[in-house]
Design a binder for this molecule. Structure first.
Ligand code: NAI
Length: 218
């Protein structure tokens, strides 16, 4: 198998989609799929899929296609879904609570062990069985529990102030919903910035393009 850091990020970004499709195939009772059928279902070319999977050793067999359960397991291993990174979430407001409630962390390689907020009214409450602690307990909590991932669902200024301490406390990866662009400041720390608004504006552009009246013929 190729070392993960030699594989391009664009290939890595496609793996969760393979994993999701294969999971759906498994659920529907499909154990084997031709590379042509998989490519049609996923809207990729068979050669693209082959190239992607070849980065990790290749899993298809000529004339057989792909063994769905085996490939599903392999992709889970490549993504490290079994490792369960200890994770904390900061900001138990509307977004933070929605994420905790709807995201199945354990199926995706994470174990949510703590939630933090500054709002006294939230302290002691639970979301999906995880207690909300005051942010002033963050340092002690991290020293004892050693989380490696932080999910930021706080305003920009709060994220800016907390980023340094979190890195010092051992956080190696951020799932960052705040509008503070962490990637600029921290070398060697993995950041996934999520901006739902960007996706929405991209949709806006594409819908507008489709609806644009054809330019008059000269
Ligand atoms: P919210 O106001 O409901 O929740 C924010 C929570 O953060 C509050 O409970 C507040 O007490 C807490 N907080 C503030 N400063 C803190 C600190 N220093 N330490 C710990 N907790 C702190 O807001 P909502 O709707 O949950 O959004 C959270 C943030 O995420 C907002 O800044 C918003 O702009 C951003 N957002 C980003 C999206 C994205 O796609 N990236 C989508 C929606 C919101």
């Amino acid at each position: 198998m190729a070392k993960a850091n030699t594989v391009s990020l664009s290939v890595i970004r496609r793996l969760p989609r393979y994993y999701r499709f294969l999971g759906e195939l498994l659920k529907s009772g499909c154990n084997r799929i031709s590379s042509k059928e998989l490519s049609e279902r996923m809207g990729l070319t068979a050669s693209q899929i082959r190239q992607d999977l070849n980065c990790f050793g290749g899993f298809g067999q000529q004339g057989y296609g792909y063994n769905v359960p085996a490939l599903y397991e392999e992709i889970a291993k490549i993504l490290g879904l079994d490792k369960k990174q200890k994770t904390i979430l900061i900001g138990a407001g509307n977004l933070g609570r929605a994420i905790v409630t709807h995201m199945d962390f354990s199926r995706r390689g994470f174990d949510l062990i703590g939630i933090f907020d500054v709002n006294e009214q939230l302290i002691g409450k639970k979301v999906s069985n995880v207690s909300i602690l005051h942010i002033n307990k963050l340092e002690e909590f991290c020293r004892v529990n050693a989380p490696t991932v932080a999910i930021l669902c706080i305003p920009k200024e709060a994220a800016k102030n907390l980023a340094d301490p979190l890195v010092e406390l051992g956080i190696k990866g951020f799932w960052n919903f705040s509008h503070y662009d962490l990637a600029i400041d921290y070398h060697g720390i993995v950041v996934e910035n999520v901006h739902l608004g960007d996706s929405l504006m991209t949709l806006c552009y594409r819908v507008n393009q489709n609806m644009a009246p054809e330019s008059p013929k000269s």
